[in-house]
Design a protein around this ligand. Structure first.
Ligand SMILES: [Zn+2]
Length: 491
């Protein structure tokens, strides 16, 4: 369940006055509700509504380009529009010990997708479209894409909404980044967090992504490149094998593409329906909880955010946002037992959230083999989660395990089979189902699954499947020997 942490650090472009610290903390929070989005803001209604309208516009133009991965519904999207840079710093990751100054931020940590926007930024529409593009790429399974491609695609898609491309080239001429360096950038790298590099980074990432992703032949090669690097090939080797180019040749190809593209056309602005939002007041405690939940998504702010969420709960122990935020925060910090209890309380307060129910069961399984009461609690929570989301593969998988611990391999096989149907790529699910079949003496089904796992990418699963296959063969031989014995069935 735990996913990689894509972080977008889109640079802030704003006037010094707008970016300056503002002494008094504003506490009038409202939520702006549009047909598809809810934007929490402490800024002006006019700017907050502009974010809502731009999100709707981006959704109208971009959503048809994306297909979600189908196994799970997209995690919820939480949008907070902070009134200025000072407020935005609460959720910004730290670089060199200080909060990075950002116009927009996107995070996806598995508990939800979070977009933060600084309303004082000048290029608000582009930043909103850029961050929303991240959320679409992420829901379509893009969390595993390398940083340059995630950022490059977000820029390309944002440009198709706003008609603005290479927005950072309006400043001083950006230093070009060689392709090999660009392809190797990581979210935690000093270069990425270093402000001066960002203009060049986004511009180069956008050009390289457009060059490699938008052309079908190039895209095929790019997919090969991604597969090679995921398999551990060094970037230089993967570039040469996939693109048949050296780093210098790739630099030249991207530069040539850039110059042709500039001559050919300016980016076209997408057109969309104007949408007005409804303004709904939000209590200060709920707003604090929403912001603290956002803060808890970033490792640097996690402890502080947990402290704030606990403090909110001491004022109102039933605040559902704080309960949810605290549970995920404790989980992210690795306090699994506490997190499991916290998820159970959060699930009571948020009875339609299947993920909270699932995690209340899946995080504290110690001793469940020997404790029927604990298994019963797990089964109740998992069955509720499945009733809310019948396609919840992980919940079906955990339910199958609890039935196996009960010794009910028939029920375990049924649930395990459903988990495999919903997530057919999951090798561990397949192995567990093979084991349930073997316990039920459904030898041929067990054997078929084990043989299919011989080429699994998870080497532990390969060796588990080999061992199970040997046990199946042994058990079958024993059975055949018993069947052929003249005394069989006579005693
Ligand atoms: Zn980004």
């Amino acid at each position: 369940m735990r996913r990689a942490l894509p972080i977008c650090l889109l640079l802030l472009l704003c006037s010094p006055a707008a970016c300056g610290r503002n002494g008094k903390r504003h506490t009038d929070w409202v939520e702006i509700r549009t047909p598809h989005f809810r934007i929490l803001t402490d800024g002006s209604v006019e700017r907050g509504s502009a974010v809502g309208a731009q999100l709707e516009c981006s959704n109208e133009i971009l959503s048809a380009k994306f297909v979600t991965d189908g196994n799970q519904p997209a995690p919820p999207l939480y949008v907070v529009a902070f009134r200025n840079a000072s407020e935005m710093r609460q959720v910004a990751p730290l670089g060199e010990g200080e909060a990075v100054r950002l116009g927009g931020l996107f995070l996806d940590t598995g508990s939800g997708r979070f977009i933060g926007i600084d309303l004082s930024t000048q290029n608000l529409n582009h930043i909103v479209a850029h961050e929303y593009s991240h959320s679409l790429v992420s829901s379509a399974g893009g969390q595993r894409l390398p940083l340059w491609l995630q950022e490059g695609l977000a820029e390309v898609f944002a440009a198709s909404v706003t008609g603005e491309s290479e927005i950072f080239e309006s400043g001083p001429p950006a230093k070009k980044i060689p392709a090999m360096q660009l392809l190797g950038f990581r979210e935690d790298s000093h270069e990425y967090k270093e402000q001066a590099f960002h203009g060049a980074f986004y511009s180069q990432a956008s050009l390289t992504a457009e060059y490699l992703w938008m052309d079908q032949e190039h895209k095929k090669r790019l997919l090969t490149y991604l597969e090679l690097t995921r398999g551990g090939k060094p970037i230089e080797v993967a570039v040469q094998q996939a693109f048949q180019k050296s780093g210098a040749e790739l630099n030249r190809a991207v530069a040539e593409f850039a110059s042709q593209r500039r001559r050919a056309r300016p980016a076209a602005k997408g057109s969309c329906t104007k949408v007005a939002g409804e303004i709904v007041p939000v209590s200060d405690l709920d707003a604090q909880a929403r912001v603290a939940e956002f803060e808890s998504q970033t490792a640097e702010h996690l402890d502080d955010a947990i402290h704030k969420l606990e403090s909110i709960l001491s004022e109102n122990p039933k605040n559902e946002i704080a309960l949810r935020g605290l549970a995920y925060g404790l989980w992210r910090r690795g306090d699994l037992k506490q997190a499991s209890e916290s998820f159970a309380r959060a699930a009571d307060a948020n009875p339609t959230d299947a993920n909270l129910l699932y995690l209340s069961a899946a995080l504290d399984t110690d001793g469940a083999h020997d404790q029927p009461a604990k298994r019963q609690r797990m089964q109740t929570a998992l069955l509720k989660a499945i009733s809310l989301n019948p396609d919840f593969a992980d919940a079906h998988h955990w339910l199958s395990l609890t039935y196996a611990w009960d010794g009910d391999y028939l029920a375990a096989s049924d649930e395990g089979k459903r988990a495999v149907e919903l997530d057919p790529e999951n090798e561990q699910f397949k192995f567990n189902l093979a084991a349930f079949y073997a316990h039920s003496q459904r030898w041929s089904e067990a054997r078929g699954l084990c043989e299919g796992l011989a080429a699994a990418s998870n080497k532990d699963v390969v060796s588990q499947a080999e061992a199970l296959l040997k046990q199946i063969e042994h058990a079958q031989l024993e059975r055949e020997a018993n069947d052929s014995s003249p005394t069989q069935g006579v005693q």
